[in-house]
Design a protein around this ligand. Sequence first.
Ligand code: C2E
Ligand code: CA
Ligand code: CA
Ligand code: CA
Length: 278
Amino acid sequence: AKSNGRNAVCFFDPEMQAAANIRAELETDLHRAIQFNQFELYYQPQVNQQGHILGVEALIRWHHPEKGLISPLDFIPIAEETGQIQAIGLWVIEQACFQLKQWQDKIDSTFSISVNVSSKQYQNDSFVNDVVEIIQGLAIDPKQLKMELTESVLSDNVDTIIEKMWQLQELGIGFALDDFGTGFSSLSYLKKLPLNYLKIDKSFVQDLHHNTSDAAIAKTIVGLSQSMNIDVIAEGVETELQLKLLNSYGCNIYQGYLFSKPVPAEDIQFTVSELLQD
Ligand code: C2E
Ligand code: CA
Ligand code: CA
Ligand code: CA
């Protein structure tokens, strides 16, 4: 609504309108993105203290024909709202499993690919079946597939989601709780979920060396994972100092620019990182 009255509120905000237009365009273009092969998975190594690659996290990229490379932060939320995340999410899982096959000669049986799974995907009744079909279709060892979920997975329909997670874990799929500590869910959920990893969010890693509360949170997450008898992965590790501090807390799996940015499949290095060879 637009008003010319002197004291009336002007509802028309050109900036907001521009943002809405961009969003509407992206939403339309998203419908064709799978069909036109515009998505690509980048992979970021997850390494141990020695710099050995244990696996990778798959991170989606959208090569838009006019707008260029679009960040998942700019289109995953739209896809979640519109329901397009169902198809995109399955594409991600299938592509990751396909990549696992491609890498077969370069990796051992413990190497894993982690995919991000949106809470919306668990709301779909056929999700577990769809995953089983992909795994069986490509003859993948389910132990090599991991799913990362955020605390938002626990917002609604908690019981059905947890039920599906257990079904998937029974198949051999592992679960990591992503962005742990950034949400608002109760710690009591932790014991209900079939978790194999907690991930320390990069927001806690960034200022580790001079922010005492971030350091305390990181330490607490490591301690929690130890008492739950599961592993912990630190995300967003960019400096040797962050690595050293996290290691002193007892963290033993790392991911971050210090080792590698997310890269296309063909650029993944399977050999020990030279960084840590000294
Ligand atoms: P996330 O799952 O928390 O992924 C980690 C993000 O941190 C990635 O951003 C990664 O590129 C970035 N990162 C990794 N190491 C460093 C570092 O050392 N420093 C800094 N500053 N950043 C680092 P990206 O790839 O832009 O993805 C953003 C988010 O988009 C992801 O956050 C995830 O929530 C979502 N996302 C990505 N791919 C998918 C997908 O296939 N499905 C779903 N549902 N969400 C996805
Ligand atoms: Ca993740
Ligand atoms: Ca994160
Ligand atoms: Ca996230």
